[in-house]
Ligand binder design. Sequence first.
Ligand SMILES: NC(=O)c1ccc[n+]([C@@H]2O[C@H](COP(=O)([O-])OP(=O)(O)OC[C@H]3O[C@@H](n4cnc5c(N)ncnc54)[C@H](OP(=O)(O)O)[C@@H]3O)[C@@H](O)[C@H]2O)c1
Length: 414
Amino acid sequence: MIKIGILGNGTVGSGVIELLKKNTEYIKRRSGTEIKVVKVLVRDKEKHQDKNISDIITNNIEEVFSENPDIVVEAIGGLHPAYEYIKRFLQLKKHVVTANKDVIANYGDELSAIAEENGVNLRFEASVAGGIPILKPLQECLAGNDIRYIIAILNGTTNFILSKMYGESMKYDQALKIAQELGFAEANPDSDVLGYDAARKLSILSSISYNEKIDWEKIKTEGITEIDEVDINYAKLLDCKIKLLAVSSREEKGIYAAVRPAIIAKEGFLGMVDNEFNGILLEGDAVGQMFFCGKGAGKLPTASAVLGDIFDVIENKKQKPMFMRYEEAQVNTKWSKKAKWLIRINVKDINDAKKILINKFENAYFFEDNICPKDELALLIEIENENILENKLANLYKESNISLIKKLVILNQL
Ligand SMILES: NC(=O)c1ccc[n+]([C@@H]2O[C@H](COP(=O)([O-])OP(=O)(O)OC[C@H]3O[C@@H](n4cnc5c(N)ncnc54)[C@H](OP(=O)(O)O)[C@@H]3O)[C@@H](O)[C@H]2O)c1
């Protein structure tokens, strides 16, 4: 019999318990052993008394340690005390499966090393893109590839909000409120809407893909709070959508890594990923382009990923520890490839501004004046890289009384 301790009985923890119960017979047949949940840690015991696990609920972590579980599922979230609990269980030679991207993005290398020293597994498939199997395919099935790039939608909350803004012409605040009412966004949505959640997931995904440590705090992170209905309308005119992309790619020197809203083709792989779904497009030198799509969060989709990890541990599939001994990568923050950009500019005199802009940007294409809001000019330009674009824009502000409202990269070839 395999004894499991579960830390947390929220969305993920209760999903794991439900799935283990629902598939008891199948799991026994598949693993050749019985899996028993021996303790479930929560903060507030009273809240969980009426559930049919009241006999194994505790709010005392020491009771979980004293049950001596073989595997611990960490699903309490946040950095502390999750990090300390995981560390202590690994040091006691217990396998740990976690869904916690905060802990893995911040302490993944240290904890992987502790797992290895103690001959146990630390697995975290559910920490990136919930139910979508992506870390294991990258680590195992695609190990023979040099991964060239990853372009992904990794945050369901922002994707839901942007889908509402695009599909139902909602304003940002209205879409956020609906996301909160439906449980897709938390009461404090900052980590999602400011892009930090996606940055942490991108750092995990990219570190495993490029075998170099991509520090999540070095990832240039821009959220969706500044996206408005005007941006959405321009995207529609281009037959595109706006998505919050988590992008990384191998460059001659270092790795480009950023979370940024971008304009992408509405019928491309990622353009068709709507609402709370996630999608990951990547290219390996041998396999070519691959696309993974599915539910990036939710009770049972996330439990599916956790159970996959539990099975691997039970079946004794020794995995090369993810994250260990990676050299710290140089993280580049500017888009270095030729691309088209949508530029929105605040102007006093439209005709004067056009003359200045034509002089500055060859082949600039201007949106019709009657489409732009008052005092605004919107143009499309193609330019070698983001550094050149930023330099040109900086000179523009110095030389004229034009100011930038927004610049969005257009990746309509995706
Ligand atoms: N939700 C998803 O779809 C999803 C998807 C992928 C990954 N994840 C990750 O999975 C983790 C858990 O997320 P969740 O959505 O399941 O969270 P949640 O619904 O808020 O549940 C958290 C659970 O942990 C317990 N808990 C929190 N802090 C605790 C502490 N200090 N001591 C003891 N118990 C504590 C809570 O107890 P009480 O019930 O008593 O408050 C609750 O049962 C997070 O790292 C999250 O990022 C979630």
